[in-house]
Design a protein around this ligand. Structure first.
Ligand SMILES: [Mn+2]
Length: 350
């Protein structure tokens, strides 16, 4: 077979080919001005049409170690409300849900540690989140470990069901939280919360607040995964969720991935929930997290991800989980997390 010598290809054809590839790639990244929760004015200022409702879930019963229960305080100390107010939002803080501490709780089943307290408080969380949406507020849920998502997604899905809205979830995490009681190596429920949301695992958690799964697996995308247990891998494969690992981030780039996901979601779902586990970020930048794993999102990758979500203007609720002040250095992880929240809600460099 004759090898094509690139010098023999007429340069005009070659340039056209190159530019058409380039244009196609660019168009993949563009969003029309469609802002559900804020509007970026020509002046660069953000005009709000939403009140942000902060709801704290100081939970560490779903995690293997103490400390993440103080994440809600750490995020508030890092000026979460102030930064959002600077962007033009009205902020209402509903405070923290009352949760028993490990020392006074019953651990119960070793494959589902602290199930009773997690069920009780997740129900309360679901009620609060649903109420916020009914009030036309933007729920900003702060944790706490990632078992929080069981409650937040129960509340969001109940709201969506009543309003006949379809729901999509973007789950940004070093882990996939797709364990079930059969596959979990630790029994920690924060590693099962996404599985529960799509209807896999313990029935009392799956049917919490309302019967059945809270989101369809085909409308779930995980980004940033790099630590997945072996049984969990089988759960992922049988579930039908989409997972972009850190290998995919390396190969495709974070901008292409999040743009593709937002574009797909904007065309098929009405409510986009972003569940952000701070351990998705590299532990060099955010050491104060529940379960640090090397090789995470870089500083700019994390911000670009959130800035692109803001550009889309299509996020309808957000949760931030797993900040652990005990493992942190001078609250730097909480401050980084707050900056990421700001980026996802309209903060721009220029
Ligand atoms: Mn997680």
């Amino acid at each position: 077979m004759k090898k094509i010598n690139i010098n023999e290809v007429p340069s005009v054809i070659f340039q056209n080919l190159l530019s058409s590839i380039f244009v196609n790639k660019l168009s993949e990244l563009k969003f029309p001005a469609q802002n559900y929760y804020f509007k970026v004015l020509q002046s660069g200022k953000v005009r709000m049409n939403k009140t942000v409702n902060i709801i704290g879930f100081p939970m560490d019963l779903g995690a293997g170690r103490r400390g993440v229960d103080m994440g809600t305080s750490a995020l508030r100390i890092a000026n979460l409300a102030g930064k959002l107010e600077q962007l033009g939002y009205k902020v209402v803080d509903s405070g923290d849900i009352d949760i028993e501490m490990q020392e006074t709780s019953d651990l119960g089943n070793h494959k589902l540690k602290y199930l009773d307290e997690i069920r009780k408080t997740s129900y309360m969380m679901a009620e609060k989140v649903e109420k916020a949406l009914e009030n036309d507020h933007f729920p900003l849920c702060i944790g706490g470990d990632h078992s929080m998502a069981i409650g937040t997604l129960a509340g969001i899905s109940s709201y969506c069901r009543k309003k006949d809205l379809s729901l999509g979830v973007i789950w940004i995490d070093a882990h996939t939280d797709m364990n079930t009681p059969e596959t979990t190596p630790s029994g920690n429920i924060h590693g099962m919360s996404l599985a529960v949301a799509i209807g896999m695992g313990d029935e009392s958690l799956v049917n919490l607040y309302a019967p059945g799964k809270k989101v369809s697996p085909k409308d779930v995308v995980v980004i940033g995964a790099r630590s997945i247990d072996s049984g969990e891998k089988l759960n992922i494969k049988s579930s039908g969720i989409t997972v972009y690992t850190m290998t995919d981030v390396d190969k495709l780039g974070i901008l292409r991935i999040i743009s593709r996901v937002l574009k797909q979601f904007r065309d098929k779902v009405d409510h986009i929930h972003v569940s952000f586990d701070v351990d998705s970020v590299d532990p060099v930048l955010a050491p104060g997290v529940g379960t640090p794993v090397p090789g995470g999102l870089s500083y700019r990758e994390a911000h670009l991800l959130m800035e692109t979500i803001a550009e889309c203007g299509c996020m309808s609720s957000l949760e931030i989980t797993e900040v652990n002040p005990i493992l942190d250095i001078q609250n730097k992880s909480a401050e980084f997390a707050v900056d990421l929240v700001a980026s996802s809600m309209g903060m721009k460099i220029l």
